[in-house]
Design a protein around this ligand. Sequence first.
Ligand SMILES: Nc1ncnc2c1ncn2[C@@H]1O[C@H](COP(=O)(O)OP(=O)(O)OP(=O)(O)O)[C@@H](O)[C@H]1O
Ligand SMILES: [Mg+2]
Length: 218
Amino acid sequence: MTIQLINASVTFNGVEKVDALKNISLTINKGDSLTIIGPSGSGKTTLLNVIGGMVPLTNGEIFVEKQAIHQLTTSELQKYRRTNIGYIFQDYRLFDQFTVLENIMLPQWPYQSKEKMEEKAKALLKELHISHRETALPASLSGGEKQRVAIGRAILHQPDILLCDEPTGNLDEVNRNNVMDILNMLREQGITIILVTHDHEVAKHGTKKIFIRDGEIV
Ligand SMILES: Nc1ncnc2c1ncn2[C@@H]1O[C@H](COP(=O)(O)OP(=O)(O)OP(=O)(O)O)[C@@H](O)[C@H]1O
Ligand SMILES: [Mg+2]
């Protein structure tokens, strides 16, 4: 998917006014995978959330393919997120009271038949090498296993864009490499990977790299 931001700005108007993104212009072409590096508070998560249609622009434009995301209505945005976007986090954010298999299916529960989902989820578990943990609860998984479940959950609906916020931040080297191998495989399958990281080893993986500071690309 081609993603284009034109003079994109985000201001949060809380107790204090924060200019989280300032005039960002950026094009991510089909087949690219973007790595975002920058200090804490520089706007990295905000940028992911803008691309994911979760944080609206205060100014500027964002296009994904031909869609003007900044002009979508609330229900159009919901549909955009549900069909185009997958999201994974440093802290996995699994649903503690549900099994591995259920975790993978939950976000799609209202939208797909249970049989169809289950078939896809089980195939994914196999691909991610966690089939043997299908009925386990998240608390009993290792960090690497948790992140593999989170990846499964994020891609069950075959999104075009996978947003990754420090996905290897809590993992040791072996699990980090394992997660990066999976993300590279997904990129080869055509998913656009957009990844925030502090880890210079991880940052080597992208086809395109940006550094942001104080809400600006430097
Ligand atoms: N919902 C919000 N309301 C008000 N301010 C916010 C909100 N979200 C983020 N901010 C502020 O916007 C700025 C950018 O935040 P952001 O979370 O994008 O940074 P980050 O680069 O992801 O940082 P970190 O590396 O610590 O995760 C920060 O000053 C933050 O406090
Ligand atoms: Mg962040």
